[in-house]
Design a protein around this ligand. Structure first.
Ligand code: GDP
Ligand code: IMO
Ligand code: MG
Length: 423
């Protein structure tokens, strides 16, 4: 298997976890390179549902190695909780199958408090973050005030660096009457988590380099989606990391030529959770999927807005990550339609846009130009071979592939590991 980067092509929750799990069988090492526990990646194996936040979705395969790279912002307490949760389900987590970068920045309680603070200050204009402190943690990193996993490994020094940060945060929280953080309690919890994580901590860039030299194959697990990217997304309604393929290089410490292939993952329709523009959103379609128990956020449980497939988003995602291929999940979410609207371009002030606008004010004014594509009105969840998909479902994927000039080789017809079809 070549070295592959998997990126979300929409606004996150495309089904990356399921595709990663599927491709892990053929890979040796799975690497997360950005984001934090704002991610929620669902994998269903043997009827058991796992939602992974920081740990790569390859962890469900014994004998594979998972790496959390330097580009991730890591909440140590949450990570220990995730490890314990997997162990309680009989999954072995050892220093042999989970490695953590000593350079990864910490997402700390102060960052969660600041996340809440900023959201509260924004009021109705809030970003709708996951509340996991992701923005403030990355801001601290860029601001050169961050603390890293390596710092947590030296308790005395960590405490000395953490205390003034808590004090500074408390001063700010006091101005709006928000609850104060208790340094000693928080520090103790963090150090306790640090002790548990210690055996896993290493220079993962060196580890990955050695594995590459030994001919092992890497699978990079993107978190969030291309339109939540801090540079290319619907700014400011984005997350704070590079969610595109390039993020895998800086977030893991590998050169661009180490990557052989970029696979984008999208749903057969579009979803978005949190605030921000969503031109193809459709309330009736959202209600329909929610009534089926689908499309509730894997991290926060919030209902996701749902809408039609948007080729403007996908076209741009393909460009900014240099996609070689697209994998389409949740095709079964469209089982119930005679025709399916697909957005092929936007209109803005009488002009046709094939790629997205920049300013948020323009994003909010675009209107989608739809084409009606034929539906299949058939339950496809039990289909296990591509050729057994209804002709119109195959045609939907072919038309998408043609429009984006990208091959589509994988399609999802249900959430289970077994419900991924390969052409
Ligand atoms: P991720 O963040 O990209 O890994 O995606 P999430 O796990 O947050 O959200 C994807 C949702 O779709 C989860 O509930 C998955 O179990 C589910 N899912 C993934 N692929 C399919 C599919 O092909 N069909 C159906 N019905 N559900 C799917
Ligand atoms: P996965 O990896 C969907 C959204 C939040 C919010 C915005 C900023 O599961 O696809 P943040 O907490 O990152 O500062 O929130 O980004 N968001 C996601 N939406 N899937 C995700 O991850 C997301 N991670 C963040 O809802 O709108
Ligand atoms: Mg998710």
């Amino acid at each position: 298997m070549p070295n592959v980067v998997i990126v979300g092509a929409q606004w996150g929750d495309e089904g990356k976890g399921k595709i990663i799990d599927f491709l892990t069988e053929e890979s040796d090492i799975v690497v997360r390179a950005q984001g934090g526990n704002n991610a929620g990646h669902t994998v269903i194996v043997d009827g058991e549902k796992h939602v992974l936040h920081l740990i790569p979705s390859g962890i469900l395969w014994p004998d594979k190695t998972c790496v959390i790279g330097n580009g991730v912002v890591m909440d140590p307490v949450s990570l220990v909780g995730e490890i314990d949760g997997l162990r309680a389900r009989g999954r072995a987590i050892t220093p042999a199958n989970l490695l953590l970068s000593n350079r990864a920045h910490l997402a700390l309680p102060i960052h969660r408090a600041l996340d809440r603070f900023r959201e509260a200050r924004l009021g109705a204009a809030k970003l709708g973050t996951t509340g996991r402190g992701i923005g403030p943690a990355y801001a601290d990193k860029a601001h050169r005030g961050g603390l890293r996993l390596a710092d947590l490994m030296v308790p005395k020094d960590f405490a000395a660096k953490f205390e003034p940060k808590v004090e500074e945060t408390n001063e700010l929280l006091a101005t709006v009457g928000l609850e104060q953080l208790h340094f000693a309690d928080e520090c103790e919890k963090l150090l306790e988590a640090g002790e548990k994580l210690a055996p896993h901590v290493t220079d993962t860039a060196v580890f990955i380099h050695r594995q590459l030299k030994a001919g092992k194959s890497l699978l990079f697990e993107g978190a969030q989606g291309s339109h939540l990217d801090v540079d290319f997304g619907t700014y400011p309604f984005v997350t704070s990391s590079s969610t595109i393929a390039g993020g895998a290089c800086t977030g893991a410490g590998v050169g661009p030529h180490a990557i052989d292939r970029v696979i984008g993952v999208c749903k057969a329709y579009t979803t978005r959770v949190g605030s921000g523009p969503f031109p193809t959103e459709n309330e009736g379609f959202s209600d329909k999927l929610h009534a089926l128990g689908r499309e509730f956020g894997a991290t926060t449980g919030r209902p996701r807005g749902c809408g039609w497939l948007d080729l403007v988003l996908l076209r741009y995602s393909a460009i900014i990550s240099g996609m070689d291929e697209l994998a389409v999940t949740n095709l079964d979410g469209l089982d119930d339609f005679d025709t399916i609207p697909v957005c092929v371009a936007y209109e803005l002030d009488g002009q046709r846009l094939e790629t997205p606008p920049v300013r948020i004010e323009d994003w909010e004014r675009v209107t989608p130009i739809f084409e009606d594509w034929a539906g299949w009105r058939q339950d496809i969840s039990s289909v296990r071979r591509w050729q057994d998909l209804p002709a119109n479902a195959q045609a939907y994927l072919d038309r998408l592939s043609e429009a984006l000039e990208l091959p589509i080789r994988m399609a999802g017809v249900g959430p289970d590991r077994l419900q991924t079809l390969v052409r």
